[in-house]
Design a protein around this ligand. Structure first.
Ligand SMILES: Cc1cc2nc3c(=O)[nH]c(=O)nc-3n(C[C@H](O)[C@H](O)[C@H](O)COP(=O)(O)O)c2cc1C
Length: 193
């Protein structure tokens, strides 16, 4: 059984978190890390844990228009095509991917994360992803937010370590079959998170 980590990222912060989560998972599980544009349309049968993360845009998962906004922000400082400007996810976002994903039967355990500003008003892409998954009949076993210091990053101090630890904990719980402590679908994702 292996873990698949799928991330969307415009400026690189969610990719950094995804890399750290994958490193934590890899301490105990065979783990693959994939940018959402290269993620499979159907999950392979040996994927026992799917971890999906993306940036919070307009209180939710990104949309084509918000990704264009982000690309424009980068284009203001660097000319050229979106990829040359440093945009990482130039195709679909996790909203589109999760909507059309063939989860397989039974669906694997799924955990979701996002990056966002640390504010009570910031919304959460992960919360919306968990809701989308619920509508699709899958249960998010855990949900977590990681924080950026500004709209384009960087990550706040310590977030990379937190992400690695979260990944390690997910893998440990997967190995023992334990649920996230005090968490179910729709949980806030931990104190202050
Ligand atoms: C169009 C746009 C809308 C955003 N809306 C929000 C928001 O509603 N809440 C929030 O906390 N951050 C918001 N942000 C900041 C993003 O969460 C931040 O850019 C993201 O975490 C960085 O991840 P990335 O580097 O992987 O793209 C927004 C950013 C963009 C570009």
């Amino acid at each position: 059984m292996r873990a698949l980590v799928v991330f969307e990222s415009m400026f690189g912060n969610t990719r950094e978190v995804a890399e750290a989560v994958a490193a934590g998972l890899a301490e105990r599980m065979d783990t693959e890390l994939v940018e959402v544009g290269a993620a499979p349309a159907a999950l392979a049968g040996d994927v026992g844990l799917l971890v999906v993360g993306g940036p919070t845009h307009a209180f939710s998962m990104s949309r084509p228009s918000s990704r264009q906004d982000a690309a424009r922000q980068l284009a203001d400082t660097a000319k050229g095509d979106p990829a040359a400007n440093g945009v990482i996810s130039t195709g679909v976002g996790i909203r589109e991917w999760l909507t059309s994903l063939d989860l397989g039967r039974p669906a694997p355990a799924v955990a979701v994360f996002d990056t966002k500003l640390r504010s009570p008003l910031s919304g959460s892409a992960a919360a919306k992803a968990a809701r989308l998954l619920r509508r699709r009949g899958a249960r998010a076993v855990d949900r977590r937010s990681f924080y950026v210091a500004g709209g384009r990053g960087p990550l706040r101090d310590g977030e990379r370590d937190q992400a690695r630890q979260w990944g390690a904990n997910l893998a440990a719980r997967q190995a023992t079959g334990a649920a996230a402590p005090g968490k179910t679908t729709g949980a806030r994702g931990g104190a202050g998170r």
